[in-house]
Design a protein around this ligand. Structure first.
Ligand code: C2O
Ligand code: CU
Ligand code: CU
Length: 494
């Protein structure tokens, strides 16, 4: 296909499986299956979209090894329903999401709906479930009627295997639709992940220092593609739903030459979009961006983020292991050409966000994230098996132990401290956190997130409203190697 033809097709939004479709919400998408051969290998694809109907989305997900094309390589990965990323699930407040999950892997797994405010009990968003190889499990998640709209995601959460399975390709996006959506020319889901493949396209082994640092894959993907291209006309408004699905890599995003506003982060939508030139996403974070297109070619780029190192603790730096010393990476090319589009309609005001600063606090606690040399600290590696230990309040994860008990109906204030030389992005399941202050600086305006970065040797204060459901679940570092190494605690809310 000549570049010109490809560009024309891109401008028409017709690249893909020849199956560009307009969904109920006027959404534009193409199937990821077969799109690469028909549409030219550079056009950005959208994962398959599964949308709830009459309040229900019922689907089967199989986690299994599969072969996909990544860049120029045939790769052996693990994915949901043979697609990397897995299908995008679109639901609304009040919906029931049912997932019949099958484990086609050789290791135990399970499913977590990251960020959804749903019950953690039984066959809900229960992180203690283990689905053995060959077995299945039927999940059912019931979203409250007033569930915050936004971009969420799903991934396995079987302790000890989380980083490996996500690094292998097991993730997908969840969209909770906004009852009063912002008019846009099109939406794009952008699932950013990273992966390391050897010359024959196989997943590589991860070394103990890489696990301790938190592995960063060599190749950064958007929807499973290497630096794909998207096209738009000038004067359009697009909504980009960006998910950081990397096990450990932080993203620091810029998009030169385009109007960029943040519509939402992690949970819900801001009352008004905020202009931004750059945005940082810790692993697990999402951001919703409004892109006001301007003629020209722009690049969505991620710059390195300094998230600390083990240098001092390891008795010397591990060359090549320090994140933050690499070059910026081009993620996506946006080509804006053609006749200018008409003015998009105004952005409807979002509803005011709840502000827990005005609410009484029922309990306060301090939770400390630490890295310890373990017994002896021999050779700087420490601990049995050469692993440093990753702890919360001095303890490694134990599924049987309950670390925190909170009461349904109370607001708590948590001070999250980090006594280690690396950042730890803290994630709490089920109940979102309002960030109160970061390193003693107050945060202005209510900011709701479900992953909050605790800087090295720093601290963050958050408030949480434990409401709508009780149950037992977890909080952990979303550098998933750290989580697998023990940096996770349990909480029982009753
Ligand atoms: Cu995205 Cu407990 O995880
Ligand atoms: Cu989660
Ligand atoms: Cu960590």
């Amino acid at each position: 296909m000549s570049p010109l033809t490809r560009r024309q097709l891109l401008a028409l939004g017709a690249v893909g499986a020849g199956a560009a479709a307009v969904g109920a919400g006027g959404l534009w998408w193409t199937s990821s299956r077969g799109g690469e051969t028909l549409g030219g290998d550079r056009a950005l694809l959208q994962p398959e979209v599964l949308t709830s109907r009459d309040g229900v989305l019922d689907l089967a997900l199989e986690a299994a090894p599969t072969r996909v094309r990544i860049g120029a390589r045939e790769a052996s990965v693990q994915a949901f329903n043979s697609s990397l990323p897995g299908p995008t699930l679109r639901v609304r407040g009040g919906d029931t999401l049912r997932v019949a999950m099958t484990n086609g892997l050789e290791a135990p797994t399970n499913l977590h709906v990251h960020g959804l405010h749903v019950s953690p009990e039984g066959n809900g968003d229960n992180p203690f479930v283990s689905i053995e190889p060959g077995e299945s499990f039927d999940y059912e998640y019931v979203l409250p009627q007033d569930h915050a709209p936004g971009t969420y995601w799903y991934h396995p959460h079987r302790h000890g295997h989380v980083a490996d399975q996500i690094a292998a390709g097991l993730y997908g996006a969840i969209v909770v639709e906004d009852p009063d959506p912002v008019p846009v020319a099109r939406e794009r889901v952008l699932v950013v992940s990273d992966i390391t493949l050897d010359g024959s396209g196989n997943l590589t082994e991860v070394s103990p220092p890489q696990r301790m640092m938190g592995r960063e894959g060599e190749t950064v993907l958007v929807n499973g593609q290497v630096r794909p291209e998207a096209a738009a006309a000038p004067g359009e408004r697009e909504l980009w739903r960006v998910v950081n699905a990397c096990p450990s890599r932080y993203l620091h995003l810029t998009l030169d030459g385009q109007g960029l506003r943040v519509l939402g982060r992690d949970v819900g939508r801001m009352p008004e979009p905020v202009e931004m030139t750059e945005v940082t996403l810790a692993p697990g974070n999402r951001v919703e961006l409004l892109v006001d297109t301007r003629e020209g070619t722009s690049t969505l780029r991620t710059a390195p983020v300094d998230r600390g190192s083990m240098g001092g603790m390891m008795g010397g730096d591990t060359p090549g292991d320090g994140p933050g010393d690499d070059e910026p990476i081009d993620l996506l090319i946006l080509e804006v050409t053609g006749d200018p589009a008409g003015e998009p309609g105004p952005v409807p005001a979002g509803t005011a966000l709840r502000d827990l600063r005005d609410e009484p606090v029922g309990a306060r606690r301090t939770i400390d994230f630490a890295m310890d040399m373990g017994m002896g600290g021999m050779g700087g590696m420490g601990g049995p098996g050469g692993m440093m230990s990753f702890t919360i309040d001095g303890r490694e994860f134990d599924a049987e132990r309950t670390d925190q008990r909170a009461q349904v109906g109370t607001v708590e204030e948590w001070t999250l401290t980090n006594s280690s030389p690396m950042d730890h992005p803290m994630h709490l399941h089920v109940w979102p956190m309002q960030v109160m202050s970061e390193d003693a600086r107050d945060v202005s305006g209510p900011r709701w997130q479900d992953v909050v970065n605790i800087p090295a040797f720093g601290e963050v204060t958050v408030r949480v409203a434990f409401e709508d459901f009780g149950g037992r679940t977890v909080y952990h570092c979303h550098i998933l190697d750290h989580e697998d190494l023990g940096m996770m605690g349990t909480i029982e809310v009753s």
